[in-house]
Each structure stands twice: as C-alpha cells, then as structure tokens.
Design a protein. Sequence first.
Length: 302
Amino acid sequence: MEKDNFLGRWLADDISEEEKKEFENSKDYLAYKDILKGVEKFERPVFDIEKGLENQKTYNKTYEKASESKVIKPRFWLYTAAAVVVVLFGLRTVFFNTIEVSTEMAETKIWTLPENSVVTLNADSYIKYDKKAFAKNRTLELNGEAFFDVEKGSSFTVKTKNGDITVLGTEFNVYSRDEHIEVHCFEGKVQVSNSKETVILTPGKAIKSNAEGTLDSNEVKGSKPSWMQGKSTFNKVTLQQLIKELERQYDINITTNDIDVNRLFSGFFVHNDLDKALKTCFEPMNISYVFNNQKNISLKNK
C-alpha cells in the first residue's frame, strides 16, 4: 500500500478492492472513520460579535500556557485528516508558516493573533500573516474589512493594496476593497499611508480615499464600527458600493439593469432583515426591487 497518496485515493474512491479490504481491517481505518464522523457534525458557529470579542479579550488576559507535554508523533494520514478539519473553518497553513483566516459571505469571525491582539473580520474578508515572524514584526495583510484590538508593544502594521496602517496599541477599523480604503480610529493613534500621503488619526477621527487617491478626513461616531452592532452605515458612497455590501452581508446577487450605479448614497441597512434592508436602501432613491428567487434580486427605476 503506497502511504504517500493512499489516503487521498481512498477519499476519492480510487483504490482497488484488495487495498480497500486491507485498509478497512486496519486500526488506522477505525480511527479515521471516527474523525470523519466528528467532522460531519460540525456546524458553522453563529457569533454575538460584541460578546465574543469581550470573552476573547478576557480569555487572553487570564490564559496561562500549560507546560509542554510529551509529544507523540502521529501517523502521516492523521496529519492529513487534521488538515481537512482545519480548512473547514477558514484557516489554512501554507508552507508551514503562512496563516490565512477568512470569512465567507454573510459570516463574521473573531481571531486571536500570536501576541494576543484580536481581529474581528467582517463578511468576505481575509487576513494573512507569517506565524513564525509575527512576534517580531507584527505585520499582516488584509483584504476586506476588519476591526483590530491591538495589544500594546512594538509597532503593528496592517498592509492593504490601498495603503498601510501602523499603530502601537489601539482599536481601529480598516475597510479596503477595490480601490477604496477607509480607516476609523477608536482609541490611541493610527498612521495611514498610501502612495500620495501620510495621515495621523486620533480617537474619533477617520479617513476615506477619494477618486484622486488622496485621503479625506471624517468624524467617527460610537465606540465600535456599526457593522459589529448589526448594521452597515454609509456616507456618500456610490450605489455600486452599497449594492456590493448588501450582497456581502446577505449572500445574495443583485442585478442593476439600467440603474445608475454612480449615484451617491448616505444611510444604513440592518443585517438581520433583508426586506427591511432593501427598502431602507432603495425606496429613498426611487428604485424598486423584485425577488427572482431567494438569492437573486433585480432592480429597476420606478
């Protein structure tokens, strides 16, 4: 029996009857069947984001690392089985050191970094960092939107394709999608740099990129970003940006037809009632909507 690729062939039902019988009579088979049964029971968790973030911060402060116990080297196929379980929850280890944490449409996730900073990811977002190097450089990449509660210490940098954000220890929110970047500072100081300028934010201040790529200043309201409290708020964004966020939060597809997607919108929508969210967004703009099915919606001018 070839050990290197046997498990993959067995999962794909690509083994001979003789190999199958030999494997099903082995101790490895019984153990692996138990793992598969456990995986089948997994369900995606539903988070109360505010409560989850507070619980995570409390745990981080009280956690004490247990003394190292004797390490038992598992069989090769157990490494593969464990990898299958981990991937189901959006965490992938690439080349042993690179960690990626991601969310799907209509999903949020709380993640603790190696030095106990906490990241809360909004829907359809991901972060990536080098686990081995993170303790020294505290640098990660972000695509999408996330709220950061950073432990005090050396500089902490969030890299995005639209600019870099650097802090020491603070709470801030970063939105970076397409060509847009928006950063809100809730605590401490935040430095935002792109190819054109560098801005320092203090609590209650925010920046937002404009069409020219420069950073416009704004004010922040509240102690946390609105999406962590169950709604998305907007200040003079295009209808196209609004629609993309609706699709993200509700895992739907919206067809715009002849709608002018460059019109500007200011307002909000809730995350727990799709019909109410659609009315809040489109009725003030004199746009009607039709459900083609549960996941597909068409817009048209009234």
